[in-house]
Design a protein around this ligand. Structure first.
Ligand SMILES: O=C(O)CCC(=O)C(=O)O
Length: 212
């Protein structure tokens, strides 16, 4: 799957050493939000991310889903693939990322990251509407959702439930964000559609068991 709009990362162009992760400690920056929510952000955590994108586009068994909206059956505007923690992830750097995130956050989170939800935004028409990941334990407990992004950057917007100043993180090319604390219950997030020409972006979300 290719796109004329896709611009490779300048950081990745001359990277011949394959995909690898940079350090987290001392590099990842915490943004405190309201109501006990926070977002950690680290740009370019995965080096060599364009090669990972190519593997994900070619090897993942992407699934189109449909949902009912106002009595109509509509296509979900992105492709999906879910790993429940038992299957091998589609690129070894994802397994390493999950291990490194678990190691880094274990004291604060109290449990490992296990599941991986993959979403493919094929172009600017794909999107996800405002929501919190509130299925499961995240509806009543603080938790974390870590997102590693590959491909063309798209903005992840966050806004407090009930109103207030929103935040924007442009995510692609190996960037990492971790939404933590009460973020899934007290804030919402979205990736809006855009009319700008953008290539594919894959979002990989790591979550603890029972959080969705
Ligand atoms: O594209 C992203 O990184 C956000 C994905 C997301 O919010 C979700 O799948 O729940």
């Amino acid at each position: 799957m290719t796109s004329l709009a896709y611009q490779p990362s300048m950081l990745d162009l001359d990277d011949e050493r394959g995909a690898r992760l940079g350090p987290l400690t001392g590099r990842i920056r915490r943004h405190e939000l309201t109501h006990g929510a926070w977002v950690d952000h680290l740009a370019g955590w995965v080096r060599g991310s364009d090669a990972v994108l190519r593997t994900l586009l070619n090897d993942v068994r992407w699934r189109a889903e449909r949902r009912t909206m106002y009595d109509n059956d509509v296509a979900v505007p992105r492709l999906l693939c879910w790993y429940d923690g038992r299957e091998r992830l589609p690129h070894p750097v994802l397994t390493e990322a999950r291990n490194r995130l678990t190691e880094h956050y274990l004291r604060e989170l109290g449990e490992p990251f296990v599941t991986a939800g993959l979403c493919l935004y094929r172009d600017g028409r794909d999107s996800v509407a405002w929501h919190g990941d509130t299925r499961g334990r995240s509806s009543y407990l603080d938790t974390m959702v870590a997102i590693v992004s590959f491909g063309s950057p798209r903005p992840l917007l966050l806004r407090p439930r009930g109103g207030g100043e929103s935040r924007r993180f442009l995510l692609g090319h190996g960037d990492l964000v971790v939404m933590g604390g009460s973020c899934q219950r007290t804030w919402e997030h979205a990736v809006p559609k855009t009319t700008r020409p953008v290539g594919p972006r894959v979002s990989v979300q790591f979550r603890p068991v029972g959080v969705a």
